[in-house]
Design a binder for this molecule. Structure first.
Ligand code: CA
Length: 754
């Protein structure tokens, strides 16, 4: 074929060309009429005011600071009004920004919120006033990244859902750290009930432990409206380490469905806290052996849990792989309704550790499950013989055709059979039997993965803090050499002390990222750290500290009370911190009274404090005073405290004071282990108000073993709420009073007093 001549605008081609031009013009005209790139808030407001069905309002690339958007408009089903961004990932809202939306058939996409927090109680709100709600709207591909207030217990939601028929999908929500649920479906007015919302394909990223109630990732309803229908569908969402509190999801209304969701290493359970007729099917729970990972908790009536997969869940009590609760007779709405007409069937449990039946049974929660079925479930465990804890009368539950692995011993014969089964891991990472069975789950529908949830255009940054991942900075002895080294450091670096001499600090060392101070391996003697300010190390928000192979002396410290070697920020810390101490010697911390090794403040929270292979000698105050949350509402200062192979000698106050007050049941900790330690003359300072060497109040798990106490004040225990586990074994008490405790039971073995 001949190519047309360059000058092809001859008669032959002209008519076609004209038509083409006309079409092109038409398209251009159409697009300019509907695309409206707005560069500031005034332009946005005008665009919203003028918006007609089918319009698209595009936010210009750039940083929008302290910007509160109100998007109130009416689109139609065929012609929704869309609020979008010029380039996804290049439009960010920072400072005190938020968006409120109301109207019909609106779409919001591509917004990013970071580096700030909402000035109101919601970042994305699907209402503009109590009366003006969203219906048939969609929030898609939005990002909220660590958008937290400075105050840990200042409460907000990231997404508040009101109205009806809204879809919340493909959003990426990571790093919720303050009090308040990440996403809440509200039923507070008639117009928000029977809502048929669809929450799908969202990536709920790492939610660190809050250490209080109010750390749920998703909540649907509240106890007040719990007997109304919500009809919300939650499907194909990915929950990555959503560890805020016991309830990953708190279902508090009727007729909701949860399916195809994946729960990866989440500490907690999908909890049917209030409301009836919930359907939980085809979900996937992977615990990977992590502590406190759980599955589904059943409370209330006509609940169905079927065809779910659970593997490696270790949680106990309210965070078991399956928990069926006892109820309260004639329960008020905010307590526990009896489990009636419910079923858990065709679920698979691989190497899970606890199935809890009639959990929470006590004087108040005495109504046992009724007319409930556990059928065709597959329980397979390579090690454990017994998964079930039965807390009360199970005559209201019928067990049918459940299959156990051969090692397991059923608590009753009826309804259980053991069977040798071979498994093979399939492409989705599920352990599936190689033969066909009537028991257990079969993969059905779509399974949420990191890839098919959230957005593709925003970087996913690991939220967990790690030590020893950065460079090594070598530092010689001298004045403030460590302060100078820290200034040059970044997250995860190791500051190596290369001399055995004296490191004197006339300034304190303020830590804003994870950092390690470590003696060089070649040193014959430990370097000595001395300090002149009120504290040596200050762990500020974002900081974490690891010490290894050092001597820390109070010889140079000021002659005033209340010095501390390490203290947290004096202000609220939104980030949890870690403190690891290994092979260190703390000495001469007694220049004046109440000198503490670690001094924490209210509204700070340690993910873990670990003391190993270290000595503490002549300390006028306490070593760990973790007792600053005194409101007694279930809040506390540290989740995990581990003390191993340490020596405490002449400690004026309690070595450890760990306090969690109140009767709230929504948290896991504190959890404590004290192993292979010696205590000499501890707690004997006349200012020690506790009159104890160790004070534990409301600690959930305490293991105290293989310790020696000589000339010490006693251990004092106050066990409260949540069936705390306290075990004190193999301890010798010489010239030390007996353990003092309230009248809750605890376990002791091989304790000697001389
Ligand atoms: Ca809760």
């Amino acid at each position: 074929m001949k190519t047309p001549p360059l000058n092809y605008l001859n008669k032959k081609y002209l008519p076609n060309y004209r038509l083409l031009l006309l079409m092109l013009l038409l398209i251009i005209c159409q697009s300019t009429a509907t695309i409206n790139v707005v560069k500031d808030l005034a332009a946005f407001n005008q665009a919203v005011k003028d918006a007609q069905p089918g319009d698209k309002i595009t936010l210009a690339n750039g940083v929008w600071k302290d910007t509160e958007l109100v998007f109130k408009a009416k689109g139609t089903k065929e012609k929704p009004i869309t609020l979008t961004v010029e380039t996804k990932g290049k439009v960010t809202f920072v400072g005190q920004s938020n968006i409120r939306i109301s109207g019909e058939h609106l779409i919001v996409e591509g917004l990013v919120f970071k580096d700030g927090y909402t000035p109101t109680s919601e970042v994305i709100s699907l209402r503009t006033s109590k009366e003006d709600l969203c219906n048939n709207c969609r929030i898609t591909e939005c990002v909220i990244d660590n958008y937290n207030p400075l105050e840990r217990f200042e409460s907000d939601y990231w997404i508040g859902i009101y109205g009806k028929n809204n879809r919340i999908d493909h959003n990426y929500l990571v790093g919720k750290r303050n009090q308040g649920v990440t996403m809440a479906v509200r039923l507070n007015t008639e117009e928000s009930r029977e809502n048929n919302h669809r929450i799908d394909h969202n990536y709920f990223g790492h939610h660190p432990i809050l250490g209080s109630n109010g750390g749920e990732t998703l909540r649907i309803g509240t106890s007040h409206y719990s007997l109304t229908n919500s009809n919300t569908l939650v499907e194909n969402n990915y929950f990555d380490r959503c560890n805020g509190e016991h309830e990953i999801i708190s279902n508090k209304s009727c007729q909701n469905t949860f399916r195809g969701n994946t729960f990866f290493e989440c500490q907690g359970t999908l909890t049917m806290r209030h409301g009836n007729e919930t359907l939980v099917e085809n979900n996937y729970f992977f615990g990977n052996g992590k502590p406190n990972t759980g599955g589904v908790r059943i409370i209330n009536e006509t609940q169905t849990v079927r065809n779910n997969y659970h593997e490696g869940l270790t949680g106990y009590r309210f965070r078991g792989a399956l928990v069926i609760m006892n109820g309260v007779p004639n329960s008020p709405p905010n307590r526990y309704f009896q489990v009636i007409d419910s079923e858990a069937s065709n679920n698979t449990y691989i190497n899970c550790e606890h199935i809890q039946i009639c959990a929470g049974s006590d004087e108040e929660r005495s109504a046992t499950p009724k007319n409930t079925v556990l059928a065709n479930n597959l329980f397979y465990n390579t090690n454990k013989e017994d998964l079930f804890t039965i807390y009360d009368d199970i005559s209201g539950i019928s067990f049918k055709d459940n299959v156990l692995s051969p090692k397991m011993k059923p608590f009753q014969k009826k309804g259980f059979k053991t069977k040798e089964i071979e498994f093979k891991r399939n492409g989705n990472g599920l352990m599936m039997p190689t033969e066909s069975l009537t028991a257990g789950m079969q993969p059905k529908g779509e399974m949420a993965t990191p890839e098919n949830t959230g957005v593709s255009w925003y970087p996913r940054v690991e939220q967990e803090q790690f030590f020893n991942t950065g460079k090594v900075i070598k530092v010689k002895a001298g004045e403030n050499t460590l302060v100078d080294a820290l200034e040059k450091s970044s997250s995860g670096d190791i500051i190596e002390l290369t001399e055995s001499g004296e490191y004197l600090m006339s300034k304190s060392i303020d830590i804003y990222h994870p950092i390690s101070f470590v003696a060089a391996p070649s040193l014959a003697q430990k370097p000595v750290l001395k300090f002149q300010k009120t504290s040596l190390f200050n762990i500020e928000n974002g900081g974490a500290l690891s010490l290894d192979g050092l001597i820390i002396s109070g010889e140079e410290s000021r002659d005033k009370p209340l010095n501390a070697v390490i203290r947290t920020s004096r202000y609220s810390m939104i980030n949890n911190y870690k403190l690891f101490i290994n092979n260190c010697d703390f000495q001469d911390l007694d220049v004046n009274h109440s000198f503490e090794v670690v001094q924490v403040y209210k509204n700070t929270f340690a993910d873990s404090i670990v003391l190993r292979n270290s000595t503490f000698t002549n300390v006028s105050g306490s070593v760990l005073a973790l007792d600053k949350e005194t409101d007694d509402i279930g809040i506390y200062n540290a989740e995990n405290v581990i003390i191993e192979n340490c020596q405490f000698k002449e400690i004026g106050f309690a070595v450890l004071n760990l306090h969690r007050g109140g009767r709230d049941e929504s948290t896991f900790g504190p959890m404590l282990k004290i192993d292979q330690c010696t205590f000499d003359k501890t707690g004997q300072d006349q200012r020690n108000k506790t009159g104890a060497s160790i004070v534990l109040h409301g600690v959930q798990i305490a293991q105290i073993q293989n310790n020696k106490f000589t000339d010490c004040e006693p251990i004092k225990l106050h066990m409260v709420v949540g069936e705390p586990i306290t075990r004190i074994v193999n301890c010798a008490f010489k010239n030390t009073p007996e353990i003092q405790a309230n009248d809750e039971p605890y376990f002791t073995e091989n304790l000697t007093y001389k």
